[in-house]
Ligand binder design. Structure first.
Ligand SMILES: [Zn+2]
Length: 72
């Protein structure tokens, strides 16, 4: 809901990831989902990749190693 079908452009309204209402920071993603995008968990369209679950484990481990950073 919310987005017009067929509009390819990303409007800086909310994160591209479905259901995420966080204000986007980069590439239309919020910081959290931008990280996931960089990690290859989600596509540029905001859709999860087919092996999202598997990759998310690696991503979670990466985040845990790095520690939770809440820097603005
Ligand atoms: Zn998001």
């Amino acid at each position: 809901m919310g987005k017009e079908p067929g509009s390819g452009n990303i409007v800086a309204e909310g994160c591209t990831h479905k259901g995420c209402k966080t204000k986007p920071a980069r590439f239309g993603f919020c910081p959290e989902h931008y990280e996931q995008f960089k990690f290859g968990l989600i596509k540029k369209t905001g859709e999860p990749v087919p092996d999202y679950d598997k990759k998310f484990e690696q991503y979670a481990a990466y985040k845990a190693r790095r520690g939770v950073q809440k820097a603005a």
